[in-house]
Design a protein. Structure first.
Length: 255
């Protein structure tokens, strides 16, 4: 859900983005670590966001999630669609999560909102054999950390045929509907799964969600696209340690 929120805020009018290449482009910066700086043996826990991270943006799922976010605002708050789009765009840029953004519009039931947004069809997600093989080869635990609910995560993982790789799912309900990038949910996530952040690496397509992870000692990998609006920067954000356009290719290059 954080992925769809970020994309909604950054690309409200044009939902089409170029596909990811199979290689990571190295961008100069204080933390732009390359392959030679990466030691797979440093990690015993691999943390993955779900939507927009384990599958590509062109799958159609993120668009479904975005449309359902807007639809909820229209139905629940009685706003015209264009007004709802404008409010979500502005609020998402400020708050980083649709759940946090909606709290500024008025009263609503977070459980109902999450259930509404996550009621999407995942049946057309394609199997990615390269990602399957890369996850199989990783040492240590693999955990999902998502702003969606567990039901959605389980459906997506099943369709991707990746369920067997993951030892747990930390969803937005486990965080008491306090989503990423709220710092408290990272502390709760790390404690619940007994994770040493210094031995953990976090893969996420919403850049701002990497900041609290880095501040707690986790290594951060931003899953992005060549067309992302932040790609023009000369230096990546100091809380982004690595940048990748294709998760499977990035992992396989380091195995």
């Amino acid at each position: 859900m954080g992925s769809a929120s970020a994309t909604l805020g950054e690309n409200m009018q044009d939902k089409t983005k170029p596909g990811r290449s199979t290689l990571e482009r190295k961008i100069p910066g204080p933390n732009s670590a390359g392959i030679r700086d990466f030691d797979i043996n440093n990690f015993d826990t691999w943390v993955f966001d779900l939507d927009g991270t384990l599958y590509s943006e062109d799958s159609g799922i993120l668009e479904q999630l975005r449309d359902r976010m807007v639809g909820y605002v229209v139905q629940h708050f009685g706003l015209p669609e264009e007004t709802a789009l404008s409010h979500l765009r502005d609020l998402l840029h400020k708050h980083g999560s649709s759940l946090l953004a909606l709290k500024t519009l008025g009263d609503f039931e977070p459980a109902d909102y999450v259930a509404h947004v996550c009621n999407v069809e995942a049946g057309h997600l394609p199997y990615n054999s390269a990602l399957d093989e890369a996850l199989e080869a990783l040492p240590g635990r693999k955990v999902i950390f998502t702003n969606a609910n567990t039901g959605h995560a389980e459906r997506v993982l099943a369709q991707l045929r990746l369920t067997r790789h993951f030892d747990g799912i930390y969803d937005v309900t486990a965080g008491g509907y306090m989503p990423k990038p709220q710092p408290q949910t990272y502390d709760r996530f790390l404690a619940l799964h007994d994770i040493d952040p210094r031995r953990a690496i976090f893969f996420e397509d919403t850049e701002i969600n990497l900041k609290p992870a880095m501040e707690r000692g986790m290594t951060s990998v931003w899953i992005t696209t060549p067309g992302h609006r932040h790609e023009a920067r000369q230096e990546q954000a100091d809380f982004v340690h690595h940048r990748a356009y294709d998760l499977a290719a990035w992992l396989r290059a380091r195995l």
